[in-house]
Write a new protein. Structure first.
Length: 65
């Protein structure tokens, strides 16, 4: 189950912003790949966004052949 938590905002005064992403599952299909990951956005050492079991499907384009 996908979950997304917000714990703050990115203020204009922020000095350091970083993204952490861990791929937890890859499912290959005939014309696509489904990637599931856990992600975090950190601002000045504080995690302000966290997404768990975030899915993304990559689909082969008809024009890429």
């Amino acid at each position: 189950e996908f979950s997304w938590k917000y714990r703050g905002q990115v203020p204009p005064t922020a000095k350091v912003m970083s993204v952490e992403l861990e791929v937890t599952k890859i499912v290959r299909e005939e014309k696509s790949v489904l990637v599931t990951s856990d992600c975090s956005l950190w601002v000045d050492g504080k995690r302000i966004y966290e997404a768990l079991n975030l899915p993304m499907r990559i689909v082969e384009s008809e024009t890429s052949r």
